[in-house]
Structure formats: C-alpha cells, structure tokens
Design a protein around this ligand. Structure first.
Ligand SMILES: [Zn+2]
Length: 213
C-alpha cells in the first residue's frame, strides 16, 4: 500500500455545524442554493471522504469504497447522483419544516424509499464484544446513504424538529445551511459564529459607518 492511499479521499474538510448527520449531509453545498451554490460533492471520492469525516465509514471501509468506485465508475456516478437527489429532498423537507410548511410529497416519497432500504439493511452486529445495531452489506457503494436516511427520519419525528433553523446568511444570499439550535433560549442565528456570524457583524459595522458619513 502506498502512503497516498492512506490519505483521506480528497483534501476538502467538511464543516459539520448542522448538529445531526442528515443536516450535515444537507450542508454539503456551500454558498446559496439556486443563486451561488458551491458543490462539495463533485465526485464519488468526495462522497466517501464526507462519509469518513462524519464517522459513517471507517478508514478501512472508506478505502474499500474508493477502490470499488474506481472499479465501477459508472455505478459510482449513479450513486453520487442519487446521493445528491436524496440530499436535496432532505434539504427541501427541512426547509419546509423551518417555515412551518408541509414538505412536498415527491421529497417525502424519495426519503421514504431510502428509509425502507435502510431499515431492511439494519441488523445486529458484534463490535468490540458488544452487540450493536449495524448494517448488513455495509460495503455496498451506497451504504453511507442508509444512516443518512435513518437520521433524517429520526429527526423529523423527534421533538428536535422544532429546533431546526436555517442560517440567517440566507437573507444576504450567502448561506442557507440548516442546523439544530441547541441554545437554551433558542437564539442561535448562524450556522457558525466564526463564518456567517462574523460576516454579518462586519456587514452591520460597514453599514453603520456608511450612515455615519
Ligand atoms: Zn451560514
């Protein structure tokens, strides 16, 4: 094995500020959807890299998936396209939840189909002398989508669904990420203070200066 194959699939470090797996998956588009999107899943290798960074795939499994992706490039492309369809459906569902609207049937159907598949793949596995609820066929090329679908369903049916927010960067056409607001008084406004929060602060400062002149 060469040293290169031990490195993560791509150099991109994903920002995991969503607070739940399904939201971090929805946030694999930077910028703003529709106007200035920055796609972070440009290849199957990047999807595998995300899976490894969020802990859905171990290093060994990520290596296996990458090798599979190289062996079956057509299937890898199909999985990537499907992953992005699922991601956008999850994003739209949760944006509707934030806006207290009913999600589109087509999006719910897509998530339900993935959920059925995921639940059919769940099984008891032995890990480090303990029984855990794991996955059958975990080396399948689309196996990273099962925990994502499960996470999306669990969040939607939990009390936490009321704490999902969209970053206020959406108003400045800069960022439309989703996150769970875990502050006690429900006051979190930005996906991250160091990024969108800071940008907004700088913008307010600039506007005040302009008015002062
Ligand atoms: Zn943001």
């Amino acid at each position: 094995m060469t040293e290169a194959t031990q490195q993560p699939a791509t150099g991109w470090i994903f920002d995991l500020s969503g607070g739940r797996l399904c939201l971090d998956f929805a946030n694999t588009v930077g910028g703003k959807r529709g106007t200035s999107p920055k796609e972070r899943l440009n290849s199957y290798a990047e999807l595998v890299s995300w899976s490894q960074q969020v802990g859905v795939a171990s290093e060994a499994r990520a290596r296996h998936l990458l090798a599979e992706g190289e062996r079956h490039p057509k299937l890898a492309r199909t999985v990537l396209e499907h992953a992005k369809e699922l991601r956008e459906a999850i994003y739209r569902i949760y944006l509707a939840v934030v806006r207290r609207e009913r999600p589109e049937n087509g999006d719910l159907e897509l998530l339900n189909r993935e959920l059925s598949k995921a639940l059919a793949k769940q099984q008891l596995v032995r890990e480090k002398n303990e029984w855990v609820l794991g996955w059958a066929d975990a080396n399948a090329m689309d196996s990273m989508l099962w925990p994502v679908a499960k996470s999306a369903a669990e969040l939607l049916t939990s009390e936490e669904a009321g704490r999902i927010r969209v970053c206020e960067g959406i108003l400045a056409e800069e960022c439309d990420w989703l996150f769970i607001d875990e502050t006690r008084n429900g006051s979190r406004r930005w996906c991250s203070m160091s990024d969108c929060g800071n940008r907004a602060k700088a913008r307010r400062h600039y506007q005040r200066q302009k008015k002062g002149r």
